[in-house]
Design a protein around this ligand. Structure first.
Ligand code: SAM
Length: 236
């Protein structure tokens, strides 16, 4: 009777550990966000374990069922659509409930977009803050940006391609000139890391909107190491 918190790829199906595959094969049940999405991963690795959905809108309803399975002695794996469960996706509730019920919670570590972006951004990594998704309302967003900037350490947050330009404009209004890094589609075909001052990146994004999954990083105490914008495109 254990809950295994299993990290899965953030894009490239090859980014999964041997332990993750072994665990997903041996548990009785896999709780995942989108069953269709997870089944693709499972079928790639020839894993036939039953899956059940556990996502934002049924996580409270499903909690008793999953706890019941665990208490009956079954091993359950928790995965999310990508990366590490609980990092800006459902997971906290079942993990904390398992702990309250004295059910062992075991980590099967692997990818997470926050760590991959941080490791390749080229910003200081000795101390950093992860903010998940920022508030959507402009007033709250502005306040969050001010607070993050005052920390004077590397800040990492997740952003959607629909909101990225608005968020960057509010960052510019609030903070002025600032060097940022945008890590997009990490580990995937269109992987790209944009680095530069907001004054250069914003017009560029307006001309050619970004698509895909995005992580933004900045550090107000770090000086821009380049004059302009720099892009890494790592296509396989
Ligand atoms: N649990 C995941 C993790 O450990 O990274 C995060 C889940 S959160 C719902 C999804 C967000 O993570 C995306 O909107 C994006 O900001 C970021 N993300 C996930 N995969 C990514 C990738 N391959 N490249 C860049 N950002 C990614």
């Amino acid at each position: 009777m254990s809950l295994y918190v299993v990290a899965t790829p953030i894009g490239n199906l090859g980014d999964i550990t041997f332990r993750a595959i072994e665990t997903l094969k041996k548990v009785s049940l896999i709780a995942c966000e989108d069953t269709r999405y997870t089944r693709k991963l499972l079928s790639h690795y020839d894993i036939h374990t039953p899956v059940t959905s556990y996502y934002e809108y049924n996580k409270i309803k499903k909690l008793d069922y999953l706890l019941g399975e665990l208490k009956s002695g079954k091993d359950v794996a928790l995965v999310s659509d990508s990366g590490t469960p609980g990092i800006s996706d459902p997971g906290f509730l079942i993990i904390s409930a398992a702990i309250k019920n004295q059910i062992p919670v075991l980590s099967i570590p692997g990818p997470s977009a926050v760590i991959s972006a941080l490791a390749t951004a080229g910003l200081p990594t000795d101390s950093f803050v992860f903010e998940g998704f920022l508030p959507r309302k402009k007033g709250k967003l502005r306040k969050a940006i001010k607070e993050m900037a005052s920390l004077e350490r590397t800040v990492v947050f997740y952003e959607s391609p629909h909101r990225i330009t608005v968020t960057l404009k509010i960052m510019q209004e609030t903070l002025g000139h600032i060097y940022i890094v945008i890590a997009r589609e990490l580990t995937k075909h269109f992987e790209e890391v944009l680095r530069g001052d907001l004054a250069i990146l914003i017009p560029r994004l307006e001309a050619q909107p970004l698509k895909g999954e995005i992580v933004v990083l900045f550090n107000t105490s770090f000086t821009n190491p380049e004059k302009n914008t720099n892009t890494n495109k790592n296509s396989p």
